[in-house]
Design a protein around this ligand. Structure first.
Ligand code: 0RA
Length: 641
């Protein structure tokens, strides 16, 4: 809505509204990111965010999300209810304004200090525009009201239904099949995000119910311990090295800051950052402030208490080894940057976080000398391992160093030099590697065969990781370094394609590789550079015609297409057990030719869920891993939601 329209008459407002919501329907991607599964789920988050806003303002204690049959969604809360009185200048009830005005987000008075969530902050009107229909019920002032919309257009006037002793807002909508390419809600995706919101808003109860199946599934998320419980959840089965989770919250002019952290015996780092309840995968100023404060505070304490031997000091990587940490900041006017708009840009937040962490963490160390000692010991071990790794690396540099441009011997590199056009296939096994080398387009496709299982980085420290041949080969071939030294600008390929057999071993190797990238080169995933190749499972042949099938369903379809009715004679079916069974030509045609292949991009929608998956898969416990690999097959797609 523009300022000159504010005093406009009813008709002009109505035209404005229709134009606004029409624009949303014309270019849905601009408002919700995409019209695939991601955008579909975004609709739910957009509505839930309004309820969370009510909770953050202290007016709502419970939010309930129901996936109804036919993938309709209900979001109910016990907040104040959207106002129903007629707006003095607009001449329509407040709830109608919320449903039809872009960017209003349901809130019209910006007077109170309050920040609002929502990835794009576009509000419920966008959900309205993209729904086949939407109904809103408001309980407020002792009464119940109802209104219905169809594709963003008002279908009924706001109507009083009768008395109600409750308060709150219930929004029910059906995503429009004319807009969305995917209509099925994924329980795990919704669950991951709603659980995360419950951790981030301590005490708030969020209920998720799935009514699509005969046996209803209900989950309740409520964490009175907030971020402390979040850290404990993320840590999972790893053994902590100090009992008490470090926790503080503080309000500064630049930002409200809340932090929880704990060290465990593991080697990976798990830092998750949020701005206004939105996960900032790409980090930003708040993360920078946290990291420098952490490094400085721990070094200062160790120096002051004479824990270091003469030349010792701790790097950022050292002090974050085995750390699980959640940082949540609330900022009035967040600037989101980066490829996926999940990087905080506000420069003033850096100093605020840095100062707060310096102050609170050093106080914690002073007050808990035993914990301080444990975590510094741990960091020192990391530093010594790092030093050992550096020495080993220096020694080996001449032969097959990580720097210096000596590429691994078994890499068949591509001939062009532009990383944006180059891809590298990481191929399981030497024989498949051989086929891939022959079958590829050598101008832009590089092949790196990997022998056997690569090291499980979830259980190893950096010195062992870097002494592993397969890992060294990958690090050198990709050319962008590792961990804190990683520099995405130096990546030699913008597509890193994992190609493993379509069996349990292949799935295991793929998981080991994904774990490696997620833990050691996370930016590759954040930038969307990591992919999974999809080799066919079957070849269906009749005479000179041959078809490839990538699932059992496709195989059956191809069979029935080739058999011209009842005639199934002369059809032969080959099941591929490994990549090695395909000759170079077949491998090119089915899996590597950009015009014919399907590759899955690996994305992480929910960092906490991804952390869980890798921890379960790669940790010490056998049971969760076995379960997971058994029901696996499509797990990459699960990660991909
Ligand atoms: C505007 C003003 C007020 C509440 C809301 C919007 C509101 C919106 C949504 C959307 C979903 N649930 C919601 N709950 C509340 C406050 C009005 C007052 O002062 O009472």
């Amino acid at each position: 809505m523009t300022a000159d329209n504010r005093g406009g008459d009813y008709t002009s407002r109505r035209i404005q509204v229709l134009k606004g919501l029409e624009a949303v329907r014309k270019r849905p991607g601009m408002y919700i990111g995409s019209t695939s599964a991601r955008g579909l789920h975004h609709l739910v988050y957009e509505v839930v965010d309004n309820s969370i806003d009510e909770a953050m303002a202290g007016h709502c204690t419970s939010v309930s999300v129901v996936i109804r049959p036919d993938n309709m969604i209900s979001v109910d809360d016990d907040g104040r209810g959207i106002p129903v009185d007629v707006h003095p200048t607009e001449g329509v009830p407040g709830v109608e304004l919320a449903m039809t005005t872009l960017h209003a987000g349901g809130k019209f008075d910006k007077s109170s200090y309050k920040v609002s969530g929502g990835l794009h902050g576009v509000g419920v009107s966008v959900v309205n525009a993209l729904s086949e229909w939407l109904e809103v019920e408001v309980r407020r002032g002792g009464k119940r009201y109802h209104q219905r919309y169809e594709r963003g257009v008002k279908a009924t006037d706001l109507k009083e239904l009768g008395p109600s002793s409750e308060r709150g807002t219930l929004v029910t909508f059906k995503p429009d099949p004319e807009i969305f390419t995917e209509l099925d809600y994924n329980f795990d995706a919704l669950s991951g995000r709603l659980r995360e919101l419950a951790f981030l808003n301590k005490g708030l109860e969020i209920v998720l119910r799935d009514e699509r199946t005969e046996e209803e599934v209900v989950e309740v998320y409520r964490y009175d311990g907030g971020l402390v419980e979040f850290v404990e959840y993320l840590r999972g089965r790893r053994v902590p090295i100090h009992e008490q989770v470090v926790y503080f919250e503080t309000s500064r002019p630049e930002a409200e800051i809340e932090l929880a952290m704990q060290y465990d015996e593991g080697f990976s780092e798990n830092t998750h950052t949020f701005v206004n309840n939105i996960s900032t995968h790409e980090g930003g100023t708040h993360l920078t402030g946290l990291k420098s404060a952490l490094t400085r505070t721990v070094n200062d304490y160790a120096r002051k208490n004479k824990i270091f031997k003469k030349d010792e000091s701790l790097s950022g990587d050292d002090v974050r080894e085995g750390l699980t940490c959640v940082l949540s900041v609330k900022v009035m006017e967040p600037q989101f940057e980066g490829q996926t708009k999940t990087k905080l840009g506000n420069s003033e937040v850096r100093g605020a976080v840095e100062a707060a962490v310096n102050e609170r963490l050093s106080a914690f160390l002073e007050e808990n000398p035993r914990s301080a000692k444990a975590l510094i010991e741990k960091s020192l071990q990391a530093a010594r391992a790092r030093e050992a790794a550096r020495k080993a690396r220096d020694l080996a540099r001449k032969k097959s160093g990580l720097e210096g441009g000596v590429l691994p011997g078994k890499l068949a590199d591509c001939s062009i030099a532009d990383p944006a056009l180059s891809e590298i296939y990481l191929v399981e096994g030497d024989s498949a590697g051989g086929s891939a080398k022959q079958g590829r387009d050598r101008s832009f496709q590089a092949i790196l065969p990997l022998k056997g299982k690569i090291l499980n980085v979830e259980k190893a420290r950096i010195d062992r990781i870097l002494s592993n041949d397969e890992i060294r080969a990958m690090v050198t071939a990709i050319g962008a370094g590792i961990r804190d030294d990683f520099d995405i600008e130096k990546a030699r390929y913008h597509k890193i394609i994992i190609m493993t057999d379509a069996d349990v071993d292949g799935a295991h190797i793929r998981t080991l590789l994904l774990t490696f990238f997620y833990r050691q080169m996370k930016q590759l995933i954040d930038h969307g550079y990591v992919y999974i190749a999809q080799p066919p499972l079957y070849r269906v042949q009749k005479g000179k015609t041959e078809r490839y099938a990538y699932s059992d369903n496709e195989r059956d379809e191809e069979i029935s297409k080739l058999s011209n009715g009842k005639d199934g004679k002369g059809i032969s079916i080959q099941r591929y057990k490994g990549l090695g069974e395909m000759n170079p030509e077949q491998l090119w045609k089915t899996t590597m030719d950009p015009d014919a292949r399907t590759i899955l991009k690996v994305t992480v929608d929910n960092a906490a869920t991804a952390n869980r998956i890798f921890m379960d898969l790669m940790g010490d416990d056998v049971e969760p891993r076995r379960e997971f690999i058994e029901k696996n097959a499509r797990y990459v797609r699960n990660l991909d939601v």
